[in-house]
Design a protein around this ligand. Structure first.
Ligand code: MF3
Ligand code: CO
Ligand code: CO
Length: 266
């Protein structure tokens, strides 16, 4: 397998799937409040995707090699959970930070996006971690243009995280996406500029940095899915699905409620 170049017809479908994934996050935002359980958020998102959008939630029963089928329709990763948190009975509380990760399938094509939600007034550290991680995502996106190298993205993300005193999770990465949830290439969030495959118009992949307030090391919980920081420090993640265009890039998972590209230095 190699990195596929999407046809104009495929790109049109990826635009729709991407926007719909963003709109699930817009929809669920008002429900992300102290007292709600992650299981309730999962049910609401599931019903919205299936009954309102006519989408299939890609995570439900997703089973990559070596994994048991994922049991829910979204991922909910609270505080020291890095990614793939499985929705359940746990209620959110004031001061939590939580990532909701949505992947839709519409007409056979995938859109994948995640955001952080802050409940009440999280700590100054938690707010700074969420802000810097969003900046990491957008600095990575800014690298995307024909002729750039995949390593330029990882280098930029890592540089910004580490110069803010944070660390980059190495075991999980962004990914090509299209008619499959996870395709080539792997989009590392660390590395060396000027290395890796050359970007070409028509490539579509996610950028989804996972940034820890403490050390980079992770552990997997016995459920076989949930990933936490080994030192239990806070972790944040933001994700968009990106198309390489003739002149640069297009973010396919933008929607009305998506936070805009940050203004750097603000
Ligand atoms: N949405 C995640 C990603 O960004 C993958 C979740 S896999 C699941 O790649 F099975 F946990 F949903
Ligand atoms: Co992804
Ligand atoms: Co995702």
């Amino acid at each position: 397998m190699s990195i596929t170049i999407k046809t104009p017809e495929e790109i049109a479908k990826m635009r729709v799937a991407g926007r719909l994934a963003g709109e699930v996050l817009d929809y669920i935002g008002p429900f992300v409040k102290p007292g709600v359980t992650t299981g309730e958020l999962d049910r609401l998102c599931h019903d919205y995707m299936v009954n309102v959008q006519g989408c299939v939630p890609a995570p439900l029963n997703y089973a990559p090699p070596g994994y048991a089928p994922y049991p829910k329709s979204i991922c909910t990763s609270i505080n020291h959970v890095v990614c793939h948190g499985v929705p359940g009975e746990k209620a959110l509380k004031k001061g939590d930070i939580v990532n909701l990760d949505i992947t839709t399938i519409k007409e056979g094509y995938h859109g994948d996006t995640s955001r952080m939600f802050l409940l009440g007034e999280p700590s100054i550290l938690a707010k700074r971690l969420c802000k810097v991680t969003l900046e990491c995502l957008w600095l990575g996106i800014a690298q995307v243009r024909p002729g750039a190298r995949l390593g330029d993205i990882g280098h930029t993300v890592q540089h910004h995280a580490e110069r803010n005193g944070f660390s980059v999770v190495k075991e999980f990465c962004g990914h090509g996406i299209g008619s499959h949830f996870h395709e080539e290439p792997q989009v590392l969030h660390y590395g060396k500029a000027g290395t890796g495959p050359v970007l070409e118009p028509g490539m579509i992949f996610t950028i989804e940095p996972m940034i820890n307030a403490g050390k980079a090391a992770i552990s997997e919980l016995p459920d076989g899915w949930t990933i936490i920081t080994r030192d239990r420090s806070l972790s944040a993640q933001w994700e968009h699905t990106i198309l390489v265009t003739e002149t640069g890039h297009e973010v396919l998972t933008l929607s009305a409620g998506a936070p805009p590209r940050p203004v750097f230095g603000a």
